[in-house]
Design a protein around this ligand. Structure first.
Ligand code: ADP
Ligand code: GLC
Length: 492
């Protein structure tokens, strides 16, 4: 196995600095896993307005202060600050990009005050992509590979191959572009393109032109040296099925030989009930009764009377169509007639906030809803629930089903993407959860019923719980697969 790649991991969110979903967890844990295999992977991400420098131990770097670049024909100043991500035996250098013009407000993609997308998201991430490239020479640290993630980083590969193609420090740096979610494309009006300073050849079908718009994602897919996505099944679905391809099937098919599916891993120093500091009672697979203490405490917090024999279904999610909330909405009246508790933590689209708040009132004593983003509560729900529900329409990888397995919380998922690659039907010898095929509320309900029935047979249920808890989805194997791609792409 090759050793020692320099990799700059470019990402728009990183736990614990900024997080809306799984990308933040991956951006924290994959670089550390790669470093423990002998690489020098450094992360770079925006320093959004809400970041607390003291709490997160963010420091100045003298020679990376008050730098200047031109964006949209205007000069803008920015600084790079430093911090470290620490694991049990691993760490990774973290660079945070500070800019008064682009990242001063609170919020990642949406302004926390207005709850709307920043109107200048095109320019915010155009600036980010350009500045990432510009700092490399000043940093005097040259990556073999720039590892780009999602549309926010999509312009980097194209910049390297156009405006930096004659820059000797930059021109031979290779790029890997990882798709975490193909449905978020960063599509902007054509007028955005003029702000990039790139040649017109990029605004074509072979570049970033996508149904009359300029797409950051499509640009990334066309110019990156290699492409990956976060499970094998999703890699196949997005190439072969229009429903998943989001209009990019042709682009992906044209790049088939450069495209790979690598399953995300889990950081068991963070998501693990035996060491988790965010849950009231820590437990191993031999201490399931302690899991019920977590359940008791969570239900009491929401003024729900605890009964060990009634299963608790947990959901932690962005409240968006992807995650199957229309199915949950359809089955809820029937489900609430069953012997069951449910807790839902999430934030997202207003229509789902409304539905959930109303449902909470209607099913008082059985259903608890927490609208918002709450890391500690997410851990407590994983530890307290008996069942985790994830009926996604599509799911590039999904982390919560894997977290759930480790917490002894049996997943019910739809058979798609990374859910299909990680969950095995409970009737099989190596079964760990429940799957349903069609995106259909009856199928979902029938599958939930099967789980509720099995819960009554505690011996069988506990066997399933232990089976899930003993599985290992840590990063090592996947990190080695990324190294293989770094090797192929950099010819090192
Ligand atoms: P996605 O990235 O599509 O949102 P994943 O399953 O990959 O889905 O990752 C979701 C991550 O975000 C998990 O760590 C989950 O616990 C977290 N998460 C989602 N919504 C919330 C929330 N409202 N509060 C706390 N954590 C959340
Ligand atoms: C995306 C996907 C999710 C995946 C995560 C991390 O947000 O929706 O399935 O687990 O990225 O790769």
């Amino acid at each position: 196995m090759a050793k020692g790649f320099n990799v700059l991991f470019v990402t728009s969110e990183v736990f614990p600095y900024s997080k809306t979903g799984g990308l933040a967890d991956v951006s924290n844990s994959l670089p550390q896993a790669l470093n423990s295999l002998g690489n020098d992977v450094r992360i770079i991400s925006p320093k959004y307005g809400q970041l607390d420098e003291r709490r997160l131990q963010i420091h100045e770097i003298k020679r990376l202060k008050e730098l200047k670049i031109e964006v949209n024909s205007k000069e803008t100043r920015f600084s790079i600050k430093s911090s470290f991500i620490h694991g049990r035996n691993t760490k990774a250098q973290m660079y945070l990009m500070e800019s008064n013009d682009y990242f001063k407000n609170k919020g990642i993609y949406q302004n926390s005050k207005t709850k709307k997308d920043f109107p200048n998201n095109d320019e915010r991430y155009l600036f980010f992509c350009k500045a990432v490239i510009e700092i490399l020479e000043i940093l005097q640290w040259k990556p073999d590979v720039i590892h780009c993630n999602d549309w926010q980083t999509g312009l980097i590969p194209a910049f390297i191959k156009t405006i930096y193609k004659n820059n000797p420090y930059i021109c031979d740096i290779k790029t890997l572009f990882t798709i975490h979610n193909l449905a978020y494309q960063g599509n902007f009006p054509k007028s955005t393109f003029a702000k990039t300073g790139m040649p017109e050849s990029v605004l074509t079908e072979k570049g970033g032109l996508h149904y009359g718009q300029f797409s950051y994602l499509k640009t990334g897919l066309n110019y990156a040296d290699k492409i990956s996505t976060v499970s094998r099944k999703y890699a196949e679905e997005i190439r072969t099925n229009k429903e998943f391809g989001c209009g990019l099937e042709d682009v992906l098919n044209a790049r088939k030989k450069d495209m790979h599916g690598i399953l995300n891993g889990i950081d068991y120093s963070i998501w693990n009930p035996t060491v988790d500091k965010l849950i009231p009672y820590r437990y191993t697979y031999q201490e399931i009764p302690l899991k019920y203490e977590n359940k008791r405490e969570l239900l009491e917090k929401y003024h729900i009377e605890f009964d060990e024999d009634i299963p608790l279904i947990g959901v932690i999610s962005r409240l968006v169509d992807q995650k199957g909330f229309d199915l949950i909405e359809k089955i809820l009246p029937k489900l609430m007639k069953e012997k069951v508790y449910m807790i839902i933590l999430g934030t997202g689209e207003e229509k789902y906030h409304k539905f959930l708040k109303n449902a909470e009132k209607k099913y008082k004593g059985k259903l608890a809803v927490h609208i918002g983003f709450d890391e500690a509560l997410a851990h407590h729900i994983e530890a307290a629930s008996d069942i985790y529900l994830m009926p996604s329409k599509y799911e590039p990888c999904g982390l919560n089903q894997m977290y759930s397995l480790r917490y002894g919380t049996v997943p019910i998922v739809r058979n798609t993407g990374g859910l299909a690659d990680t969950i095995v039907d409970y009737r099989k010898p190596n079964g760990n959860g429940f799957l349903f095929e069609k995106y259909d509320s009856n199928e979902l309900f029938n599958t939930v019923k099967k789980a509720l029935n099995l819960f009554n047979d505690r011996n069988k249920w506990n066997k399933l719980v232990r089976q899930g808890m003993s599985l290992d989805f840590s990063w090592k194997v996947s990190a080695q697969q990324y190294m293989k791609l770094y090797k192929e792409v950099s010819h090192k």
